[in-house]
Design a protein around this ligand. Structure first.
Ligand code: ADP
Ligand code: MG
Length: 468
């Protein structure tokens, strides 16, 4: 696909984004260059660059959809002299590369995690690709994550001894990828082991390719020849029997040769549908740790640490405000901070609680507003809107005309109330929390590309807020 065509598709995808700031930032992209699976996006505004950095995961996903394969994204200033300065400064601040990388380059583009100079990077399939930004030192453990963190440290010190495999599961944005990659980074740095990190999407795509090209055995051998294998988001294996089988074989080989394996999932493996029981047993056979949403204190500690990393001074009151109002997702906490950083860089105005509230208004729906919203009100609004009964929404009928409104009601209950997925599950006819979580994530993803759904959710959310 030509660069211009790609750029215009990317812009039109984001035109309907629920964040007008994001869509207008995407709109300021001036050019794109695509070399294999590496995309460089050029931009001429610092402010927009920061917004895009905060949304890099979404940009990566949509770009992968447009191009039909996993991609690696780099953001760069259009003005190259400025870009060089910015990169230098930012490198000093973060002690890391400012390019924002995705997790799954082709093996030929695999780069050493410990490289700190672009000129040192040689394509070499023998060395791992890991995002060096994720370290054990910059992971802040709280009561929600200390067990997983301690296991991670133990594995990093002694791979394949006590805790193998290690399975981390949690809702999105709670640090699974961070922790899994941090283990890999530490092992590379201290033990110089061969660590392979892949997203499950990449693992699946490469497997499908190997079937087409009749190279399945070579494919499996790549993974059999590592010291540490990390596969992120194994829930994407749902319903993919053949790929599950391949992983089962790889697992057995690695286990036999006493190699460390680490997996992450957005739910317990037993809750992944259409999943080979024998693979499920294998993945659960070592240590399993879940990450819970952080407490208020942990959120503040994470934010303070991010402020140090990003070299920005933010008043405690503002950090408290963010921590009080971002309920459960560390990625969202970080998105708030990125917004504030962009403001400070561009506006040359002091950051006060007052202007922070304005800057963050589309990211934060204050919890005091949530206290008036009940699931009963949500169900009624959704039922009225779709002209179905409230008992249909809480019941078990599976027709499409009821299923979608039901999923929307789960989603709205999650974002508009303080209720956990467990509480929502109980209210909606004793459903399991993982089912609720799965539906919420589905709506969350679909609203990014389905404009009708996006509009429906926005309208309903406004109705519910205005009636509460
Ligand atoms: P997940 O893989 O569970 O969706 P990520 O690992 O991508 O979540 O985390 C989302 C963001 O939040 C990342 O930028 C990560 O560095 C940050 N993060 C999550 N948990 C922590 C933590 N305990 N300490 C510091 N940063 C964290
Ligand atoms: Mg992740």
């Amino acid at each position: 696909m030509k660069n211009k065509e790609f750029l215009s598709k990317l812009k039109s995808y984001f035109k309907k984004s629920d964040s007008s700031l994001l869509s207008s930032s995407i709109n300021t992209l001036t050019d794109a260059s695509i070399v294999d699976n590496k995309i460089t996006l050029y931009i001429s505004s610092n402010y927009a660059l920061d917004i895009l950095k905060g949304n890099i995961e979404d940009i990566k996903k949509i770009s992968s959809v447009i191009l039909g394969n996993p991609v690696y994204i780099e953001l760069s200033y259009k003005d190259s002299s400025k870009a060089a300065d910015y990169k230098k400064q930012s490198k000093e601040e973060n002690n890391t590369d400012t390019s924002v990388k995705n997790e799954n380059p082709k093996p030929s583009e695999i780069q050493p995690a410990s490289s700190n100079s672009a000129s040192n990077i040689q394509p070499n399939p023998q060395v791992p690709f890991l995002n060096s930004i994720y370290t054990l030192d910059n992971f802040i453990p709280g009561d929600n994550s200390r067990y997983a963190y301690n296991i991670a440290k133990a594995i990093a010190a002694n791979p394949a001894s006590e805790y193998n495999p290690f399975l981390i599961y949690s809702n999105v944005g709670l640090g699974k990828t961070h922790l899994a990659e941090a283990i890999g980074n530490r092992i590379v740095q201290t033990l110089k082991y061969k660590v392979t990190y892949v997203t499950c999407e990449y693992f699946i795509n490469e497997f499908m390719k190997s079937i087409r090209t009749n190279t399945v055995e070579q494919y499996k051998n790549i993974y059999r020849n590592v010291d540490v294998l990390i596969i992120d988001d194994v829930q994407f294996l749902e319903g993919r029997g053949e790929t599950q089988n391949a992983l089962f074989n790889i697992f057995n080989s690695l286990k036999d040769s006493n190699k460390q394996m680490i997996f992450t999932s957005d739910r317990p493996v037993s809750a992944i549908k259409e999943f080979l029981p024998r693979l499920s047993t294998r993945l659960n056979s070592g240590v399993v740790a879940d990450l819970q949403p952080p407490s208020f204190e942990t959120k503040v500690a994470i934010l303070k640490n991010k402020c140090i990393q990003k070299n920005i001074n933010v008043d405690d009151n503002i950090l408290f405000y963010i921590s009080e109002n971002i309920q459960s997702n560390v990625r969202d906490l970080e998105a708030c901070l990125n917004r504030l950083i962009a403001f400070v860089k561009e506006m040359n105005e002091p950051l006060t609680l007052e202007n922070s509230k304005k800057i963050l208004k589309d990211l934060i729906f204050e919890s005091k507003d949530k206290s008036n919203i009940t699931m009963e009100k949500i169900i009624k609004a959704v039922a009225d809107y779709f002209n179905i009964s409230t008992s249909d929404i809480r019941g078990t009928k599976k027709s499409k005309s009821i299923n979608e409104p039901r999923h929307i009601a789960f989603y709205l209950s999650y974002i508009l109330t303080e209720c956990s997925t467990t509480e929502i599950g109980i209210y909606f006819g004793n459903r399991d929390h993982s089912t609720i979580l799965h539906s919420i994530n589905k709506i969350k993803n679909n609203i990014k590309t389905d404009s009708v759904l996006n509009e429906t959710v926005t309208i309903l959310s406004n109705i519910i807020k205005s009636e509460s």
